[in-house]
Ligand binder design. Sequence first.
Ligand code: CA
Ligand code: CA
Length: 290
Amino acid sequence: MPSSGSPAGSDRMFCRLVDEEDQLDHSPDVQLNAHPLTLLMTRGPVRYRIATICLTTMCGILLISIIAISAHYKGKAAGGAAAQDVDAMSATISKLQQEKAELQSELAARAAATGGGRHTGLADVEVKESGPKTVAPTMRVAPTPILCPMEWFLFNGSCYYISRVSRDWPESKSYCESKGAHLAIVITAEEQTFLWDQLPRGHWNAFWIGITDGHTEDKWIWVDGTPLITGFWEEGEPNNHIDEDCGYIVKTQVLERVAVRSWYDAPCDMYRRFICEKEMGGARSTALPH
Ligand SMILES: [Ca+2]
Ligand SMILES: [Ca+2]
């Protein structure tokens, strides 16, 4: 039953809408599952379709370019940071090596100044490290080392010389004085033993020392005027056997002889080798003879 009003007009309108929808649905350019962009491109005028295609292509190219450039600079930045780290570490290592070389040079110079280390008293060096860039040497300054002339040797602050030639006691005394020294004054058992150890062993190797009783018999005094307190005489000596006023040390081939019983007295005009001594002051140290 048709409704009241204009039923015929309503039917025609309905039929026209249905026809238009059918035409749209069955158009070869329009598919139900088409992409919206495709749908837009197929519905617009031709020039709009071309513009849309161009814009889409440009957007794609731009996006790809942005991605490529970002990746490129990201990798370059990472490489640059790594290179900076390597440069900083190389600079630190170079600086440490330079400081190490300077310390070694200073130690070598000090060792050379002290006779290649044969004399004691080398400066001790402590190197404290608080980080890769803070190497601070701390010096413990040693007393000025004592240097003895060639063929002289050091013991306890004095340089000693053992002659190769033989002279009488007065000539021996003069020779030592010409060198700024004196005939040896032997005070302690340590000094006596050290000197004894340096002497060459022989049948009757005898060496003048700086002691005499020429002024007053049996009043032994050293060449510096001080009296003898403790001597290292052989048993039975000094005996003034043939007017003997000068003292000397003997080192024989008899191994049973000992350093602290090796002094004899003899006539001062006898020829013997001799021992000079020169006090050097400063630190007391020891060294082997040249
Ligand atoms: Ca005498
Ligand atoms: Ca004697």
